[in-house]
Write a protein that binds this ligand. Structure first.
Ligand code: NIG
Ligand code: FE
Length: 385
């Protein structure tokens, strides 16, 4: 069964050889989908026949957004914490314990229903690939449960047992790291593609460089790919550890030294920026321009979670990246699509060319540009074919 998509005023391919500029844009384009994949891309006038036809009516079509960092398995909310922050209380990760308690008390169906609603909310804003972390269970059973639920909605599941030290291990971080790297990892690895750690010596709740190294090394030995919550609250060891261990992504990168930027530029680790967090924690935005000029691959993601940033909107993050972080609209769109794919080491998403997954986002405008130009306007949605 093949489908011809027509009426595309502007197609973003993310292949500079297929079209104009860094996004490889094609005006007056068409695209043919067969099964789950793109089998033809080109000018509408050259389009081949297909079994069915979808006319998007003169709109822009982009690769679906790849949200490579999200925490969607949780119960409850922390609106009161957000309000306190807006009055000056700083974010330090301490509120995570509140979500851990609510999540542990929730049934599978409650967690599943909320998770699925968030994934649908994301699709309604153009996201077609999402990474989902555990990290609000923090015991063997609860972390494995979170990952089993996450696997129901995505292949991109991440074991984040080392999110914070849970209350019952207060003052016993070493023992908790032994649990995470031992029985918890053994129970969770079958349900996860990635392992992550909140490496933040500036937080009383998170993990220092040595603990983070132990967690990541154990995860690598168990066959998982590496990701790191790095340099969110301070210029700590996370970014350089991520690069040294060959992590796919160092996420946050809010506070970077010149050595951190040099390390990112010299390695393969993607810098994943999460501007919704700076927005919702009143923190300084990372300087994306500095990273891009150093040659670092930059991704944008939401970090959707009940604490530091409760947005599911990639368009919102694109608008912030352009307004606050020195990215051009084209760079921000690339970072939210191809950049996210790079952060997840995926060649089949984040682009629209022959062989790519048929993950299409339609924009209610003739160009990708209004994503940043018309912030807060619901222009993007995933196209069901
Ligand atoms: O990426 N920093 C650590 N973890 C999340 C926040 C989780 C929470 O506050 O519930 C983050 O910002
Ligand atoms: Fe996060």
């Amino acid at each position: 069964m093949s489908t011809l998509v027509t009426g595309i005023a502007e197609l973003v391919t993310n292949d500079p050889e297929a079209g104009e500029g860094p996004l490889g844009t094609l005006a007056g384009a068409a695209l043919v989908v067969s099964g789950d994949h793109v089998v033809w891309v080109g000018a509408a006038r050259d389009a081949p026949d297909a079994d069915t036809r979808v006319d998007v009516g003169g709109r822009a079509v982009l690769p679906g957004f790849v949200d490579s960092h999200a925490h969607l398995v949780f119960a409850g909310d922390r609106a009161a914490e957000f309000e306190a922050r807006m009055s000056g209380t700083p974010y330090d990760g301490g509120g995570i314990a509140t979500t851990v308690a609510a999540t542990r008390a929730a049934t599978d169906d409650e967690l599943r229903g909320h998770l699925r609603a968030l994934v649908e909310e994301m699709r309604g804003q153009g996201t077609t690939t999402v990474e989902v972390k555990s990290g609000y269970g923090l015991d063997v059973e609860q972390e494995a449960r979170a990952l089993r639920l996450a696997r129901e909605v995505t292949e991109e599941t991440t074991f984040l047992g080392a999110h914070v030290v849970p209350p019952e291990y207060a003052g016993r971080t070493g023992e908790y790291v032994a649990l995470v790297t031992g029985p918890m990892l053994a129970a969770c690895a079958p349900h996860a593609r990635w392992i992550d750690v909140f490496c933040e010596p500036a937080s009383a709740h998170a993990f220092d460089g040595d603990a983070a190294r132990a967690v990541l090394s154990a995860g690598r030995d168990a066959g998982l790919g590496l990701r790191v919550h790095a340099n969110q609250l301070s210029a700590g060891p996370g970014v350089q550890l991520a690069v040294e261990l060959g992590a796919a992504s160092a996420d946050h990168c809010t506070h970077l030294t010149d050595d951190d930027v040099d390390a990112l530029a010299s390695g393969t680790t993607v810098a994943t920026l999460l501007p919704g967090v700076e927005f919702a924690t009143r923190s300084p935005y990372p300087d994306a321009r500095r990273l891009l000029e150093a040659g670092v691959t930059v991704a944008l993601a939401t970090d959707c979670n009940p604490g530091s940033c409760y947005t599911s909107s990639m368009p919102f993050c694109i608008a912030l990246a352009v307004r606050e972080m020195g990215m051009t609209p084209a760079e921000a769109v690339w970072a939210a699509t191809a950049g996210g794919a790079a952060a997840l080491d995926r060649g089949d998403v984040g682009r629209l060319g022959v062989g790519a997954r048929a993950d299409l986002t339609v924009h209610d405008a003739p160009s990708y540009r209004p994503l940043a130009y018309r912030p807060g306007v619901p222009l993007a949605r995933a196209l069901a074919i």
